[in-house]
Design a binder for this molecule. Structure first.
Ligand SMILES: [Zn+2]
Length: 103
């Protein structure tokens, strides 16, 4: 096995799959949170914390979810930065096209 950046990309996909797969129940509960960007760690009206309180989901399951989410959030951060760069490049292309039209 050769270690290369591509292999790490597979790891990212696994983490995302784990979040959507084994924690699909929490994802479903999250739809009932008051805030769309709820972090499920103390916001009022959080449906995930309510389910945790009522025993609908176990604390271990919840904590595992937070751990997985934090790991994939770390990767998403760099994805967001990449998207920002793409947007900047798009603006650049637009300004070039505008220059071409103006001339
Ligand atoms: Zn929540």
């Amino acid at each position: 096995m050769i270690d290369n950046p591509g292999m790490r990309e597979f790891g990212i996909v696994d983490a995302e799959d784990g979040l959507a797969g084994s924690h699909a129940d929490i994802g479903t509960l999250a739809a009932g949170c008051r805030y769309r960007d709820c972090s499920h760690t103390g916001e009022p009206g959080c449906a995930v914390l309510a389910a945790l309180d009522s025993g609908a989901i176990s604390r271990a399951h919840y904590e595992n979810y937070l751990k997985l989410r934090d790991e994939s959030a770390f990767y998403r951060m760099s994805h967001a930065e990449r998207r920002q760069k793409d947007r900047d490049f798009g603006k650049y292309i637009k300004s070039v096209k505008k220059d071409l039209r103006d001339n």
